[in-house]
Design a protein around this ligand. Sequence first.
Ligand code: T4K
Length: 402
Amino acid sequence: MSKPAKPLAILGAPPAFAEPLHVGRPNIGDRDALLRRINEMLDRRWFSNDGPLVKEFEARLAAHTGTQHIVAMSNATLALEIAARALGLKGEVIVPAYTFIATPHALQWQEITPVFADMDPATHTVCPASVAKLITPRTTGIVGVHIWGRACDTDALGALGRQHGLQVMYDAAHAFGCSRRGVMIGNFGACEVFSFHATKFLNSFEGGAVATNDAALAEKIRFMRNFGFRGVDNVGYLGVNGKMSEAAAAMGLTSLDAMAELISVNQRNYAAYGAGLAGLPGVALIRYDAAEKNNYQYIVVEVDPAAAALNRDELVAVLTAENVLARKYFWPGCHRMEPYRSLQPNAHLLLPETERVAARILLLPTGQAADGATINAICGLIRAALAQPAAVRAALIRATGS
Ligand code: T4K
């Protein structure tokens, strides 16, 4: 149970936290081990281009996921672009509207049209029935996204791919260390893409990787990552620079060493939020299937405006005033962001669940930067706000002058 909260900042009290509390504060593993790796890298004078740290990182990622091939990249967005190109995607590709903007951008950047499918509200992942309705003669692929590390319905998406001759790949930016029916993410579809951005529980400052069990695809992706070079003085493909640096791999390896500890911190935080928010009408933490592996890196709260005393936006305003920078990922949905808003102005008509759920979600701080006392205080603030909705609403109206 959380402690009684102090008076709310939105009602004129000082904020609960002097410094902003961010969602996505990076985890740091063993600092000395990181600095040792960086020092060794400096001594070697080998900073990039498939260096020993990148090779070690790839091998350890492969061991963790049980995937045959891992190709480390400078970030997940570029990894998605390279994977889509290596798979020959063109024309139209079906993606969820409820995802980070990088998923459709990686396609649109290559003049492939992302076609937005609706979500399954139970999992927040793409709804296979919605995908099926969007397949046209121009469709070449499906990109599923394992939102919050909860796996897509890979059986249904795989079946659609086989039935219609489409490539199926996954944006697994959230899903390193997660499983579906006991199989680690990294082993589904033609390939899967991880992100190791600073805000991910396992980070390499910036970074990503393509995981695949297809040797020919992995080889092609490796060449594309390095300008298409096939040995010295010979370019065999159109390529780009998607290489991971040695410094990034040093951080990635240091994160991997700490992975078990980072997941247990996230799990502990998830349990603390669960206890702190228990019993609040209309306020629900999303559930992670205890039978699967999950990294618990996101604290995702769904606020039902019909049952909760305040809606999501009101709660975010309350928390922001306290210096708790809750985020509304992935509102308002990619279809409502440019260039898609202009290119596909009617997309929302086919996305009722995305529209409904995206307006309810808020994310709260977790990871090593959030301790038990912080989480208790945040839950106390939410409880206090929900206990006095009329006062909060009046304060919000005064603040916005409307
Ligand atoms: N696919 C999906 C489904 C994704 O979610 C993402 C990225 C991608 C693909 C692409 O992966 P990468 O190309 O990035 O590898 C953040 C992250 O930048 C982004 O990586 C992530 N998803 C997304 C969910 O969250 P923003 O625009 O919210 O970033 P920003 O700068 O607001 O950072 C989030 C919070 O973290 C802020 O409150 C500040 C805090 N922060 C951030 C950084 C970088 C820190 O405290 N320290 C830091 O160093 O996207």
